[in-house]
Structures are given as structure tokens and as C-alpha cells.
Write a protein that binds this ligand. Structure first.
Ligand code: ATP
Length: 263
């Protein structure tokens, strides 16, 4: 079966410094893949490139017929501003934005689906709470409810269980597995290797360059993990990407990686 998303010699840079370097491979339709690697290995950068938030400095990402609406993305908690004055219900409803009318109105069906999604993540009765008043675990449940409403074909999760208690992790992991059983393609950045080995059939192990990508039992070997750590220790943060001639990007002041929207 051909890949749903293909990375071809993908390099993503921040001001010419490569965070992801020469990565090639593919995500099969309906696959469940963990992205693992040391801190600073380029895992979040890779997800941002896949959803089109960052543009490749070299190589390409082939998303086939997938459109921006087909991707559901949960950023790292640290990237989300919870001081924005918005209720739990409205946050979940944002998952249905593609159904909203011209003036941003949502249908009754979407409102009902939002309530149902909050029930599924165990947050009935939280509709009117301000998101800033929630615990980290409760807020993560809200974001999962939003993903439920979004009903995306491809779901990208960046450290979805970091700083979350065991019970919440178990509940949300069940949802992830359910999404995959429904045929969705799920890609999750994870730091818990036990969890990766227990639940994720495929792993992409990265240390800016690819260490391995394939069946978890093959990729998460001690030899590969040692190799990833050694590659991380050898990093020179000042080294520049080896971009082909004429393809170099002169960043404007304040510009980090190149950004582009997916179609
Ligand atoms: N906006 C940015 N501007 C400049 N450099 C950045 C930016 N975001 C990330 N980087 C750098 O790119 C490299 C990869 O970062 P990234 O966040 O993708 O790693 P990660 O594997 O997700 O790390 P972690 O496990 O610590 O979350 C790091 O050296 C990081 O400092």
C-alpha cells in the first residue's frame, strides 16, 4: 500500500541550523507511529513540518490528496496560551470550525457533538468553566475532546501525556488507540519508551537525522537508543544545513523557520 504521507530527504532549519536533517520515509494509511528521540532531536519540528506550519529548507513532504482540514494537531502544552478568555465548551467547538457558517456560527448538531465529546473525555458539567481554571490533566482532556470533534483523518500529538497523571494518561491513550482502530493515521511524539513499546507498532527514532524508522521492536533496540544519544551528544548547534547551491534561505529579521500553510 502506498504511503499516506511521504518525507523525501526532508531538512527543516531555524535560521539555517538544521533541526531535522535529510529524513526520508513514509507513514502508511492507518498506521500508529511514535516519534522518539532525545531532547532537541527535532521531533516537534518534524510534526510542525508535516502539518505545514514549517516549510522544508530542502526535500519535500508529499501529503497526496490530504488537505489542511484532514490534520488534527495537538501542540506541546507549553505552546498553548491558557490565559485566553474562552470557555471549555467554546474551546471544544473550535474543533468544528470547518463546519462553522460564514459568521462563525455553529450548528446545534455541533454543539451536541461538543457536549458528547466532553462526556467521552470525562468532563461533563465543565462546559462553562474558563480554560485557565483547569488542571493540566483536565485541559488535556479538553484538547482531546476538541480533536474528537474535529474528526481528522491524520492526528498528530506532541507529547500528549507529559505532566499528566496515570489515570488521565490511560483514558487518553485509550482514545488514541480507538482513533487508530477507526482507521485514522496517528503520529505521536512520546518520551515514555515503555508506552511506545506497549502500544505503538511503528517508531520513527530521530536525532535530527533518522536513526531508524519501522517496527517498534526493531527500532527501539538498545543499540539504536545508544546511537541516538551519541548523535545528540555530538551535535554542534552552530552547524549549518548543507543546502544545495542556490537554495539557501536568507531569513528576514525575526524570521525563524520558513512557514507555509498546507493547501
Ligand atoms: N523557534 C525556534 N527557533 C530556533 N530554534 C528552534 C526553534 N524551535 C526549536 N528550535 C531548535 O531546534 C532543535 C529541535 O527542536 P525541537 O523542539 O524540534 O526538538 P524536540 O525533539 O521536540 O525536543 P524536546 O524533546 O526537548 O521537546 C533544537 O535545537 C531547538 O533548540
Amino acid at each position: 500500500m502506498s504511503d499516506l504521507i511521504r518525507l523525501e530527504n526532508l531538512t527543516v532549519t531555524y535560521e539555517r541550523h538544521p533541526a531535522v536533517h535529510h529524513v526520508s520515509g513514509g507513514f502508511a494509511p492507518g498506521s500508529l507511529t511514535a516519534i522518539a528521540g532525545p531532547n532537541g532531536a527535532g521531533k516537534s519540528t518534524l510534526l510542525k513540518a508535516i502539518i505545514g506550519e514549517l516549510r522544508p529548507a530542502e526535500g519535500r513532504i508529499d501529503r497526496g490528496a490530504l488537505m489542511r482540514n484532514d490534520f488534527g494537531y495537538l501542540p506541546q502544552a507549553a505552546d498553548i496560551n491558557r490565559r485566553f478568555p474562552i470557555s471549555v465548551a467554546d474551546t471544544v467547538m473550535l474543533g468544528a470550525w470547518k463546519n462553522a457558517g460564514a459568521f462563525g456560527h455553529f450548528s446545534r448538531e455541533d454543539a451536541a457533538r461538543a457536549r458528547e465529546a466532553l462526556g467521552i473525555v470525562g468532563l461533563c458539567g465543565f462546559e462553562n468553566r474558563h480554560i485557565g481554571s483547569l488542571s493540566a490533566g483536565q485541559f488535556q482532556r479538553v484538547l482531546f475532546a476538541r480533536l474528537l470533534l474535529q474528526d481528522a483523518r491524520v492526528i498528530l500529538l506532541d507529547e500528549p501525556f507529559t505532566a499528566i497523571d496515570q489515570r488521565t494518561t490511560r483514558d487518553l491513550l485509550e482514545l488514541v488507540l480507538r482513533w487508530n482502530k477507526e482507521g485514522r493515521t496517528v503520529i505521536a511524539v512520546l518520551h515514555d519508551f515503555e508506552q511506545v513499546r506497549a502500544h505503538f507498532p511503528e517508531t520513527l527514532l530521530i536525532a535530527r537525522e533518522l536513526v531508524g524508522w519501522g517496527r517498534t521492536q526493531d527500532i527501539m533496540s538498545s543499540a539504536n537508543l545508544v546511537k541516538a544519544r551519541a548523535m545528540a551528544e555530538r551535535w554542534d548547534d552552530e552547524s549549518e544545513a548543507c543546502l544545495p547551491e542556490g537554495d539557501e534561505h536568507e531569513p528576514a529579521a525575526g524570521d525563524h523557520a520558513r512557514r507555509e500553510p498546507v493547501q
